[in-house]
Write a new protein. Structure first.
Length: 70
């Protein structure tokens, strides 16, 4: 998978973070996934959550998102 730039990762994060609170909840990811074939930048959502949610709180912060994609 190709890496995003930090700016690209921030833009995609903002698009998924529907309420703009700085965290992606699983519901936001699901809604985004339904509109985008269950995929974020070529990665299945389930694989992304397992790989990116470092602290296991079922929320993805911008820092976690950028570590995974950028």
């Amino acid at each position: 998978m190709g890496k995003m730039t930090e700016a690209e990762a921030e833009a995609v994060f903002a698009e998924i973070d529907a309420d703009g609170n700085g965290e992606i909840r699983l519901r936001e990811l699901r809604d985004y996934g339904q509109a985008n074939g269950g995929v974020v930048d070529g990665v299945k959502l389930a694989d992304f959550v397992r790989g990116a949610d470092e602290d296991g709180d079922r929320r993805i912060t911008l820092t976690e998102f950028k570590k995974f994609f950028a």
